[in-house]
Design a protein around this ligand. Structure first.
Ligand code: MN
Length: 329
């Protein structure tokens, strides 16, 4: 299942090394199908915590600056990623100030269960990163449902751009790529399976390269007319594609469980529920898949025809997908 990932970058320099490290993590997390947002503290006004503790009664801070909105985003995110340069063996002042200003989240129903720390430093000694990790670990420990799930440290980088080619970039990219919820998935999948009479089937490995996220395939009929039950994990969708045929052909979707979407190129997406039927003519560029927060299954009926083929095109990137399903550009 995809996750809401919030990256808080505290790099004071545009294109700075920790910001570049954050961008690598973001790229991986996006490619895995997650919803990723990066907040750059450099562009924000974040004042020091006054220690008044009014937030614990009000639920928000009394200081009206950008930290209020950032804390609200932190509350809703599933995954928090902190990117910081190491300053005097700890986090940057900007990040520490923001962590303090996130105090309104203490003892709330915050969503985040995982935090990551990405850091860079000019020095590259084994102990260079220790204080920074300890600072963030200390904050995470105050939020019992959350754990510090991973850290990446790039030492020996100072000038802007010096991180280029550093192995930490690849490490951050891979760590981002692994952000995809496993924990609650088993339960949700079982619940979805129980809602329909057709099996979910096996992981759709043969077509995985044409999907974002995990899909499953259960062949129901392979004679006369091909009928397959296709199941999509939340957020999963197939690439833009076109069903071709010289005559006849095309595809019919019969929705059987969950909530999903169908979108034709240049048109708004259509929300799909069990019982809905979609007739997809040949030659129409389209995609189909699950809603971000729901499993989805449809029967794919392959309409017989002469010289039928599928043309697979580019993936439906997150921007396109979320715009389509949120119905707002
Ligand atoms: Mn199709």
């Amino acid at each position: 299942m995809n996750k809401k990932v919030l990256i808080i970058s505290s790099s004071p320099r545009k294109g700075g090394n920790s910001e570049t490290l954050a961008a690598a993590f973001a790229k991986g997390a996006r490619e895995a199908g997650n919803q990723v947002e990066t907040v750059s503290l450099r562009e924000k006004q974040v004042g020091f915590c006054k220690g008044c503790l009014a937030c614990l009664k009000l639920g928000h801070c009394v200081i009206q600056d950008d930290a209020v909105e950032i804390a609200a985003k932190m509350h809703d995110a599933d995954v928090l990623v902190f990117a910081t340069p190491v300053y005097y063996y700890s986090v940057s002042g900007q990040l520490k100030t923001m962590l303090d200003r996130a105090n309104p989240l203490y003892d709330t129903d915050y969503a985040f269960t995982q935090a990551y720390l990405l850091a860079t430093a000019a020095e590259n000694a084994p102990e260079t990163f220790e204080g920074t990790e300890k600072a963030v670990q200390g904050w995470v420990d105050c939020f019992p449902r959350c754990t510090l799930a991973g850290t990446v440290f790039a030492g020996g980088v100072n000038d802007v751009g010096e991180i280029a080619g550093h192995p930490a970039l690849e490490q951050a990219y891979r760590m981002g790529k692994e952000v995809w919820a496993e924990d609650d998935d088993a339960d949700a999948k079982t619940k979805h399976a129980n809602e329909m009479v057709f099996p979910i089937g096996a992981p759709n490995d043969a077509f995985a390269k044409y999907f974002v996220g995990q899909s499953y395939l259960a062949p129901l009929s392979t004679a006369q007319v091909g009928i397959y039950n296709v199941t999509f994990e939340p957020g999963c969708r197939n690439n833009w594609h076109i069903h071709h045929a010289k005559s006849g052909g095309g595809q019919i979707l019969v929705c059987v469980a969950g909530c999903g979407y169908y979108q034709e190129w240049g048109k708004p997406a259509q929300e799909l529920h069990p019982g809905d039927v979609v007739n997809i003519p040949v030659g129409v560029r389209h995609w189909h898949g699950a809603a971000p927060d729901s499993w989805f299954s449809h029967l794919a009926v392959e309409v017989p025809g002469d010289e039928t083929s599928n043309e697979w095109l580019e993936a439906v990137d997150n921007t396109t997908y979320f715009e389509a399903v949120n119905k707002k550009a």
